[in-house]
Design a protein around this ligand. Sequence first.
Ligand code: UD1
Length: 381
Amino acid sequence: MLRGSATVKLIDIIAGARPNFMKIAPIIRALEARKAAGGLLRYRLVHTGQHYDARMSGNFFEQLEIPEPDVNLEVGSGTQAEQTAAIMTRYERLLMEARSDLCLVVGDVNSTMACAISARKLCVPVAHVEAGIRSGDWTMPEEINRVLTDAITNWFFTTSEEANQNLRRAGVGDERIFFVGNTMIDTLLVNLPRLRAPAFWDELQLQAGEYFVVTLHRPANVDECDGFARLLAAVASGTRGLPVVFPVHPRTAKSLRELGGVPESIRLVDAQPYLEFNWLVKHAKAVITDSGGITEETTVLGVPCLTLRESTERPETVTVGTNELVGSDPAAVGNALDRLFADKWKRGGIPDRWDGRAGERIVGELEQLLFQGRNVAAKLG
Ligand code: UD1
């Protein structure tokens, strides 16, 4: 039993888009464990509906054993502003009808920023998991979401020392920064024994270490047809005829329809569920991606990763891990693949505190903050 309060406290856990689901799963698990042990924190799971179909959302809830959301705001797709505004409006209405004691947001998607703003304006404190990371690339909506969310966050849960430094530079005091590790890696480690081959494994005659995985969905890489086609040609030629499995994100599917076709060795498959996707990654010769989260998973799995972006908000995947920023120039992609085939790729290590315990640490800190009188109404700055 906790000292200092006899009443329960309610946390809203916000999830909206695919990369959020792996981040909330371990926090929910830790909250359930504390509740079973007599803890007084309760949660309300709020799905904004930013991602809504089974491939992007439903499958992840099932496989990661996340309970059904208590509330679904059902915002669906739209422009950046339409989607953000719809989430803000609907979450504000929810808070006005049934207030919570804390709004916990994860990552950097539109749902993260929108809910943080609505909560903070109603004086509901905000905790941000994966706070403080910065790419410096202001053309990415995610960078804007990160900076704006962190500008109004009360408590910052971080994955790296770089993130801590970014926050300190922005004037955040150490008493509001909690270096807890990486919840995405909690999910990966707990699910390693459950990973399984996708149904097409035999059909495509895949063999461990003898194929590549590609994921691309950033507007800079996929929205412009000619550039996208050149990139795919560079990937196909650099991978020397080995199969290249490409699970297709919905926004990429639209561009692919316009392209008409892809090089023969590139095998287009649906966006994969979590357990199948990480099976593919774990056994791949290398991964070629423009995702941020995947570079963390390849780092922990020790799989070479080529990032087709000019910057990363996760520098430890490069300085410690197996990731390299290759950019989107087809010649650079070819050179990087040559080094991989020459067996000259770095081996990599595991960043500090990426040990599977971030969820527990977060819940431990939240209990301290909400029940032990560390000031809930903490002023900004
Ligand atoms: C969002 C996140 C990005 C994250 C990515 C992972 C923002 C700004 N971006 O980008 O950080 O890496 O998710 O997936 O929040 N769609 C479907 N089914 C769905 C969801 C989306 O078909 O379940 C379609 C939408 O109609 C839209 C496109 O996919 O045309 C893009 O979806 P959206 O959520 O707007 O952004 P993402 O590009 O997925």
